[in-house]
Design a binder for this molecule. Structure first.
Ligand SMILES: Cc1ncc(COP(=O)(O)O)c(C=O)c1O
Length: 391
């Protein structure tokens, strides 16, 4: 479904100018309870206070040594040492998680090939279109769980046709459903990837919402990556936009993980080449923002701010789900995070009816995505019923 989320959001903002009751539940940005992106005070402060000399010059194309070390430490957390012991790791800074995804498509797929994704997903086709790639889908859910059977079967079909396959998994807090894979589901995904030994797999693990999950150890799944066999190259797509709530700043990274020196040489050479020949370099201020918050004393402030946001989003989702359950509005299975999907077989028609009633949400495969991150608790109240009335 070719829809432009940014355009829907612009429409909503325009409509809000004449009618303040308009609800803009379209976009994946955290707005506070007063409808402003005040996000994380520690982040705003850091952006204002970073010294000129650390933000004005051109950065290293890959982000530089400190950035690379810091991204690795940030992403793997307490499991960093175990991961570094067992795998080679490298990083290239990218303008957002988007840059990591686009570069991965450019580096590991040839025009005309397929990438492997779930049928309910964020807009990976935008990147696929540009790289002249096709989409090969598996079913996402069955009986309220991740559909492992379809994942295996569809990957098996594609593995017969195409030697090198980029397999995308977006977890935790899957966009657009808010589903987080259970540990045993993630383990089984790893087992399935290991089965296709005659193929070269690139496991593109999109962790844009890593900080927003309620899992007890939100990095525990990283250790599972160590079970991947040599035919699988892992690329993690890190998003600073979501992590720090700095959507327009363009901060991200591609993190490569493999036991093969050959894989890593390819990774290093090609991501830097891709960066140099397209976006040139990731903004220095973005790189320095991550470096700033990697210092323990600054990270503590970030965590305080993050917990506040998580708490607010959690309250919004709890209210929405409670009301949806009470009136029988069906959603895809939801765990935590920025979004929830209300199910409908007519997403376009429902989207249009809702927009006419001043509610802007996003039509998706099989449903309407409600961005709980962007609406206040007051707006959430009664929203499930308004959506049900539009079905
Ligand atoms: C699932 C997912 N991956 C990646 C991204 C990319 O984010 P950015 O490029 O802003 O870091 C987004 C943004 O909405 C997303 O929802």
């Amino acid at each position: 479904m070719a829809i432009d989320i940014l355009q829907i959001s612009r429409d909503a903002l325009e409509a809000q100018k004449t009618n303040p009751d308009v609800i803009n539940a379209s976009i994946g940005m955290f707005f506070d309870e007063d409808r402003v992106i005040s996000g994380m005070p520690a982040v705003s402060r850091a952006l204002r206070e970073l010294p000129d000399m650390s933000i004005m010059p051109y950065p290293a194309v890959d982000g530089g040594k400190d950035f690379k070390e810091n991204v690795i430490a940030w992403t793997f957390g307490k499991h960093e040492e175990a991961i570094r012991k067992a795998r080679l790791v490298d990083v290239c800074a990218t303008p957002g998680g988007s840059g990591a995804i686009a570069a991965t498509f450019a580096n590991y797929a040839k025009p005309g090939e397929f990438i492997f994704v779930s049928n309910v997903r964020w807009q990976y086709e935008r990147f696929a279109d540009r790289a002249n790639l096709n989409i090969y889908e598996h079913n996402t859910f069955k009986d309220g769980h991740f559909d492992l059977e379809s994942f295996d079967q569809s990957l098996g079909e594609l593995a017969q046709k195409q030697k090198r396959i980029i397999v995308i998994v977006n977890d935790p807090c899957h966009n657009p459903t808010g589903y987080t894979l259970k540990p045993e589901e993630f383990q089984e995904i790893i087992n399935i990837l290991n089965k296709y030994k005659n193929n070269d797999l690139v496991f593109l693990y999109d962790i844009a919402y890593l900080e927003y999950t309620n899992e007890e150890d939100n990095r525990a799944k990283m250790l599972e990556l160590l079970r991947l066999e040599p035919h699988v190259m892992t690329v993690l797509a890190f998003s600073g936009s979501k992590t720090f709530g700095v959507y327009g700043l363009r901060l991200g990274a591609a993190i490569g993980l493999s036991q093969s020196q050959e894989h890593m040489t390819y990774f290093r050479k090609n991501y830097v080449k891709e960066a140099r020949g397209s976006w040139s370099a990731t903004p220095t201020i973005s790189i320095e923002l991550l470096n700033h918050f990697s210092l323990p004393e600054n990270k503590a402030q970030f965590e305080t701010d993050l917990n506040k946001i998580k708490d607010i989003v959690q309250k919004r989702s709890a209210l929405f789900i409670e009301e949806a359950n009470a009136i029988g509005l069906k959603t895809f299975p939801f765990s935590s995070g920025f979004y929830v999907i209300a199910l409908t077989d007519e997403p376009m028609a429902v989207y249009e009816r809702l927009a006419k009633r001043g509610i802007y949400a996003v039509p998706m495969e099989k449903g309407i995505r409600v961005a709980l991150c962007s609406i206040s608790l007051k707006e959430v109240k009664g929203l499930a019923k308004k959506i049900q009335d539009a079905l």
